[in-house]
Design a protein. Sequence first.
Lengths: 475, 496
Amino acid sequence: MSTRDLFALLPLLLIAASAVVVMLAIALKRDPGLAAGLTLTGLTAAFLSIWAAAGVVPRQVTSLLLVDQYALFYMGLIIASAATAVALAWRYFEKHHEQREELYLLLLLATLGCAVLVASSHFVSFLLGLEVLSVSLYGMVAYLTDRRPALEAGIKYLILASASSAFLLFGMALIYAATGTMEFSKLREVSLSGSPFILLSGIALTLTGIGFKLGVVPFHLWAPDVYQGASPPVAAFVATTSKSAMVALLLRYFYLSGALRNHAVFLVVATIAVLSMCAGNFLALRQTNVKRILAYSSIAHFGYILVAFLAGSTMAAGAVAFYLVAYTVTILASFGVVTVLSNPGQDAEDLEDYRGLFWRRPAIAGVFTVALLSLAGIPATIGFLGKFYILAAGANAAAWPLILILVVTSVAGLFYYLRIVVALFSDPPEHAAPLEVLSRSGVVVLAVLAVLMIWLGVYPSPLLDLIRTSLAGLN
Amino acid sequence: MILIWLLVILFAAGILAGIADRWNSRLPRWIALVAISADLALTAGLWIGRSSSPTGPWIEEVDWNWIPGFGIHFHLAVDGLSLLMLMLTFFLGIVSVLTSWTEIRERVGFFHFNLLWVLTGIAGVFLAVDLFLFYFAWELMLIPMYFLIVIWGHERRVYAAVKFFLFTQCSGLLMLIAILALYFVHHQATGIYTFEYSELLGTHLSPGVELLVMLGFFVAFAVKLPAVPLHTWLPDAHTQAPTAGSVILAGLLLKTGAYGLIRFVVPLFPHAAHQFTPVALILGVTGIVYGAVMAYSQTDFKRLVAYTSVSHLGFVLLGIFSWNQLALQGAVITMICHGLSTGGMFVLVGGLQERLHTRDLERMGGLWTAVPRLSGAVLFFSMASLGLPGIGDFVGEFLVLLGSYRISVPITVVASIGVLTSTFYALRIAQRAFQGPNPHPWRLSDLTPREGVMVAAMIAGLLWLGLYPQPVLNTFQPALQNLQHEASTTTAAVRR
């Protein structure tokens, strides 16, 4: 391994190193502030090291990891969203729990798993990254052990995730049996046109594993319970960081292997996309728990992302990347609002908790409104441009049925976003609890996210250019 | 640059008004009034200062690169048609601020923030000549309107606001798909990615595709207009909105639909639009009759006025799809006059509701003795609505009927019957509310000077348009000729 290889892996190495440092620091002195500070420092260093790595890419480091512009772009997104989750978690857990330092350790490891996933070009690194991510997430989801819903969510996630990992592993074995290779790019050389049954089953089973992590229908059953049971910062992490990594991997896996050219695979993914859009939007209609609404909404959003993914061009890959950025920023803002409004005893998750919020806390409710409008895809927010990009990619590929379904279901989606907005702007309840002082770090994070949502929604050119360069090496 | 200022002034004043509420609750009203007046003055300056023989199609334009990756420009331009629409926008904007002066007492800052931003969106719609920017403004005006209804509206405001939002959003997304289809077809033909209006004109589409894409646009505009099967959001939204909201909805938002038909549907897809003529004519005439009949059977005063809008906008649809200059002129005049007369009507109904705390016609009666000046004004606007010669509405509807007579006699006959029906509802308003015995001994204050000035200005405008419409006709005539020229050259090219 040469120095250049090490440079290319610098972001991964720095995240791993900060996990060790945080572990040692906890052993020496228990101090949540210190642990969070070290975690943030480590993540910042890893984020900055992306520029150092950018000088030596694209670079295949062993046959396992391919570090290119694409991987670095997604690493940036992952690290930024993980850092945001840390900033949100800091004050939230300070108010809450006895032993709150280990959360950061788990979070760093999960981030490491994600970073491995986005750079992987081989089934071994795929599985390694996925397992590091999953095992850390079990701990994070069930972290508040004094809460029954958290434990329930943790167990549910543990069982379903292990089952899906088993499917994934079996699928990899089948693909290996059929082709004799574990590298994504070598799969392309094996002809898919004859559609050998074993290979197709293998692809279907790996799709199960990926679909589970993305929470798309029919692998979505864990999502509402985990979003509701986990603490809001952890839910934000599950919703954004882990899913972005999985999408990045899915895209690379399918583009390198050329699996989408197979008609059966295309049809299966299209069905998943349609079911996710419908189920996500329609199941959310009758929910009154904000966290569950966000869970169903994110099921629908990954349906939209799959629509762009199916379009299968460079434009489509750009649409996926842009939408992921939009989704990440917006979901982080939404969970950020839930986090800062939560009390030690009770998370602010019921729709009633948000009634009249605008008249009591205009700034926070304003951020939440912008986030909801962005999720609904209303202009002047980043969510609109994301949806526009997906529709453009779909129209470019002439996938008219898919984009019509997208439009119809997203109108249904408007309905439940508007329900929250109506609650925010209705008259506050008579006997409202007195306002507490909000955590300053949380408010700063929210302000930054709000600016991003609007700024990128009005002036997306820099981000578009960045995405375009990152995709240059994908094909 | 002046066009940018039009938007920036409203936008910035909106934010300022939202903040100023903290210091003084009267301040937002004055900020809104000053900002909109400034815009009105700027637009009037453009109108008066325009050259009589313009070099290009636009009187004034601004063109900036916005998102080069997609070929999206921030391109604003005005011709005579959009100029008049802007005048109407800012005039009714001032009216809505004045009419809310005493009606809105709570959350004044946020109210004016929304009011100014909805006007920004509407002005953006009338100014945009980049299709992406147009869609952007089109959707952007919905959000503040939604808030105006949902926060300051009447009893069933949440229902009305959500219905309004869903209807417009769904049809808007169909239009977005149509815009994208046009964008990619244009790219396939020329290799250029652009949303630019002037470049997309004359894009060659196969007949089937052209019809589908045209329908995407048509549905969005028909919902706003509203054309009859798609109108059901309108009576609810107009009735439940606060007075200023009703004025803006009826006076301006409906006009964006008509404007879209004239500006985009006809020139971009002349062939498909020609094919679609019979359907559009039937939709128009159904709207005229249905709106008038429904208006007659209402007991809620605001709902009645809302249904008259359906009827009047039917004339606009008829005029646009009659394919001659006369009818199109009539359609534009009807748009402007309907803005003034219905706006005035909503102001007066709002004033009545503020005084009586009811909109129920059954509970009114004999108001003439209690509020003579207000009653006289209502009578004037009712007469405008039934098409009394000498008032602007008559000119518009007469021209539309003259024009539509040339292409279809039966349609014109039915539309004329619609005019007759409007007499019934207009007279019913006068009889129910103002004449007859006074069952309640109402003691009410008559029009205040603030209300009087507003109403007088609108009456003066309607009389001007009714008696001497030539300056207005001259203003939009070149624009209409340009649009028709585009449409006919494209059709000719297709036929060849």
